[in-house]
Ligand binder design. Structure first.
Ligand SMILES: *[C@@H]1O[C@H](CO)[C@@H](O)[C@H](O)[C@H]1NC(C)=O
Ligand SMILES: *[C@@H]1O[C@H](CO)[C@@H](O)[C@H](O)[C@H]1NC(C)=O
Ligand SMILES: *[C@@H]1O[C@H](CO)[C@@H](O)[C@H](O)[C@H]1NC(C)=O
Ligand SMILES: *[C@@H]1O[C@H](CO)[C@@H](O)[C@H](O)[C@H]1NC(C)=O
Length: 498
């Protein structure tokens, strides 16, 4: 059953503040520090646009493009590019927020749940890795301790792709999640299905659908599985009490008209409860064996998270690396205890062109415990840093932004907010990520100063976490193509490659 808060998932960061080079009534810092222009007017126009977009959308998506009945190549090896459209949730589903500030606050509350779920996921994986796997040790539904996986938990369902499942292919919207591995869709017969915009998948109508047996290797790779009538049952639970349970099966997956892959393992969920409303299921893009990239042996995948309120779509591409010579790259660091997440080699930050003093050990994975490190996550909105690192970054920013009008109080996650209501644009200190390996990227101003109301209050969009794990969130990734070059163990960050 859907409650209105499901629809608030749509809400999002805002942001479509365009960077411009016009300096009308902009205020300059009286310092030689490196600055970036924030277009305040454009940003505030977007806060209104996003609400009008919501109120004008139908409550269910009725126009869905169908595949044309042309022949789609069978994907045979990892040199074939596959491509899917990528949409922000706002372009598909309505929201019920009356003003921009409520929308932002509800989004930030969900974001906190997502971060808590990710921290719990790490704890679960670290604990599990203390087990000596003998091939027999398998969790089953009865002694389930509800592993908390990040998945689409609450705030994560922010970007969707459309894939085809079965033969003939039925198209459906899937939540993208770099924080989990198991792909699943809602399936008939539903003992409990939440509301989705496409018809619920009927395995009986697919000629290529095959349930997996308990002896199947894919079944053994599930964190939680059990055996009923020699069929493999899966369960994925999320930190907020939402979960999906059903038959683990294989079927053909079609990627638009770019190609199709036979025998992809996915959960056929007959009992699905939670906050996934709208999407038919979840596309796991994590680093574990059951994720989509690993099942199709992809050498890379990339996405560009479009500005949510632009109404634009982008693409999720497999096997086509588009990292330019000038683009920043970060090494992918493996955490032997947590295979799902993509850890990056982050060495630190600069603000206004000056390196912020943070011990680089703050960002390293502890090999012995599996703790610490920095992950890239498309489902977390606001970048979280260990408190010590956050304080140093914030202090560096505040020092260079000392002539800005402070907003009166802290808001939700944010303790550093400014009143830009009397400006049309403003030059702000440039914030850059620096990666181990020596590359760095200057963030667009709209990726770190976000409006939290429609009156001109902007907050510095980073937040502290008491966890040892830092997370690079999607506000900071916006309008940048993020390429996971799995073959070369690099993440590329390419500005304006949507
Ligand atoms: C991959 O498959 C394509 C056809 O789909 C074929 O042309 C190509 O030679 C194959 N490459 C390898 C390395 O097998
Ligand atoms: C992926 O690689 C495995 C092992 O080499 C192979 O069995 C499987 O068919 C490959 N899948 C695809 C879709 O290429
Ligand atoms: C949306 O896409 C159009 C066409 O590609 C582009 O010109 C425009 O800048 C995009 N808008 C945003 C906010 O990214
Ligand atoms: C805003 O607050 C910061 C930190 O408290 C302070 O350093 C700065 O001077 C204040 N700015 C103004 C214009 O009052």
């Amino acid at each position: 059953m859907a409650s209105p808060r499901f629809f608030s998932l749509l809400s999002i960061v805002t942001i479509s503040l365009l960077l411009t080079t016009t300096h009308t009534s902009s205020r300059s810092l009286q310092t030689p520090h490196k600055t970036t222009v924030l277009n305040v007017v454009s940003s505030l126009q977007q806060t209104q646009h996003i609400l009008s977009l919501h109120s004008s959308l139908p409550t269910t998506t009725t126009t869905r493009p169908e595949f044309e009945s042309k022949s789609i190549p069978l994907f045979l090896n990892s040199s074939s590019p596959l491509s899917l459209q990528l949409h922000s949730r706002d372009t598909l589903l309505p929201s019920n927020h009356k003003d921009y500030k409520t929308l932002v606050l509800s989004r930030l509350a969900r974001d906190s749940s997502r971060v808590a779920a990710i921290a719990a996921r790490v704890r679960f994986s670290v604990d599990r890795s203390d087990f000596k796997p003998d091939g027999e040790t398998r969790y089953n539904a009865e002694d389930l301790t509800s592993p908390v996986v990040s998945g689409a938990s609450q705030g994560s369902g922010e970007y969707f792709s459309r894939i085809g499942v079965g033969t003939p292919a039925k198209e459906m919207y899937m939540v993208l999640d770099t924080g989990s591995d198991v792909n699943w869709i809602q399936c008939k017969p539903c003992s409990d299905c939440y509301e989705q915009s496409d018809p619920v998948f009927d395995p009986a109508a697919s000629s290529t659908y095959k349930p997996l047996t308990c002896a199947a290797p894919q079944c053994a790779l599930l964190e939680v599985s059990t055996c009923r009538s020699s069929k493999c049952l899966y369960q994925v639970s999320y930190g907020d009490g939402s979960f999906t349970v059903g038959e683990y099966a294989t079927d053909t997956v079609t990627f638009g008209d770019s190609g199709k892959v036979n025998d992809v393992a996915l959960g056929c969920g007959h009992d699905n409860e939670g906050l996934f409303v709208g999407a038919a299921g979840l596309l796991g893009l994590g680093g574990g064996a059951l994720s989509m990239p690993n099942q199709i042996n992809a050498t890379s995948f990339s996405y560009c998270l479009v500005d949510r309120d632009s109404g634009n779509s982008s693409s999720l591409d497999f096997n086509s690396v588009r990292i330019g010579d000038g683009d920043a790259t970060a090494p992918i660091v493996r955490n032997s205890k947590v295979k799902t997440f993509y850890y990056l080699g982050l060495s630190g930050f600069s603000v206004g062109g000056e390196k912020v003093s943070i011990p680089s050990s703050v960002f390293e994975v502890n090999d012995a415990t599996g703790e610490g490190g920095v992950i890239m996550d498309c489902g977390t909105a606001v970048t979280r840093l260990q408190t010590e690192a956050y304080n140093s970054l914030r202090d560096a920013f505040v020092r260079l932004a000392a002539d800005f009008k402070n907003a009166t109080s802290s808001i939700s996650l944010f303790d550093t907010c400014y009143d830009f209501s009397d400006m049309s644009s403003v030059k702000v200190p440039t914030v850059a990520f620096h990666f181990t390996g020596g590359k760095s990227i200057d963030l667009p101003a709209k990726n770190y100063l976000i409006p939290i109301d429609d009156a001109g209050t902007f907050c510095f969009a980073f937040a502290p976490t008491s966890s040892s794990l830092s997370i690079i969130g999607n506000v900071q990734q916006q309008s940048t193509r993020i390429t996971y070059d799995l073959a070369n163990k690099l993440v590329g960050l390419s500005p304006n490659q949507c």
